[in-house]
Design a protein around this ligand. Sequence first.
Ligand code: TC6
Ligand code: NDP
Length: 255
Amino acid sequence: MADGTFAGRTALVTGAGTGIGRAVSLRLLALGATVVGVGRRAEPLAETAALAGTDRFRHTSLNIRDREAADAFVAGLGGLDLLVNNAGGQFVAPATEISRRGFDAVVDLNLTAQAALVRAAYPGLAARRGRVVTLSLSAPERGIAGITHSAAARAGMAALTASLARRWRADGISLFCLAPGTVLTDGVGDELPAEVLARIVATTPLGRDTTLAEVAEWVAALGSGVADAVSGTLFEVDGGSGLVSAASLMGQEDR
Ligand SMILES: CCC/C=C/C(=O)SCCNC(=O)CCNC(=O)[C@H](O)C(C)(C)COP(=O)([O-])OP(=O)([O-])OC[C@H]1O[C@@H](n2cnc3c(N)ncnc32)[C@H](O)[C@@H]1OP(=O)([O-])[O-]
Ligand SMILES: NC(=O)C1=CN([C@@H]2O[C@H](COP(=O)(O)OP(=O)(O)OC[C@H]3O[C@@H](n4cnc5c(N)ncnc54)[C@H](OP(=O)(O)O)[C@@H]3O)[C@@H](O)[C@H]2O)C=CC1
């Protein structure tokens, strides 16, 4: 993306204090955007602000699962050029060991709360003919044993994105899902043992992880408008890992 691509544009990035959300925020800022970063914890957001070194980064503690607070916050932003629905995640567990509360928490974070953010952002996006980029997982519709709750939620978000794209085209709004392969963030490191991560990366056809810089550039490109001939699509920017990793994150004994 060329310098200044986002000058005068405003983006909301969820999960902006860590990993992918931080990298995306810094890239959008470098391209001239004003970025509103949210997450539950103030400290990582403040670290992103220090790295950004510009008053074009504004940050606020917000739990996107707190529906009333999230709706009010998004409404208060007014016109919005880009929503980056990045806050998400799950825990790895056999399907038979996921409690009702555990299932609900993951579906709430990765589908219901993300969908509510998109809904809340609609007036602001329509005012600016804006875009939505939702971070997702590769090939959720082909199944990912070990994170069945998250695969179900991400497939739901992909379906919602496609459904809204059909209707919101008339308002000039484009929506995308972006599934990176393995991005070696602290978040994924906390979630999966190092040997599992190494196996996933080693079996990726490209032979490596997806870098933060690659993910950030893809989000910037999708958010910029260069891809507006497309809408409603899930892009798998994963080095082919979705082709081979749909089997299991856990091993054959998973139920
Ligand atoms: C993996 C492939 C590539 C993907 C990479 C990434 O996504 S990188 C991004 C990586 N980053 C992230 O993933 C970060 C985002 N993740 C999160 O914010 C949270 O982990 C959460 C949303 C998944 C749960 O949020 P919350 O605060 O609502 O959770 P809570 O503590 O209140 O528990 C609710 C229920 O869940 C249950 N439970 C929890 N852990 C386990 C477990 N290991 N086992 C079994 N169950 C578990 C817990 O027991 C409870 O049920 P119970 O016992 O009452 O019946
Ligand atoms: N890393 C990878 O290999 C891959 C990652 N992804 C997806 O990309 C996204 C970012 O992942 P990554 O950067 O690696 O992981 P992180 O764990 O670093 O990022 C998750 C971010 O979301 C925020 N967050 C979590 N829950 C909430 C909430 N309820 N309200 C507000 N913010 C919340 C966290 O901040 P806080 O805790 O302060 O709220 C954190 O900043 C996730 O959706 C992840 O599933 C997809 C495929 C692969």
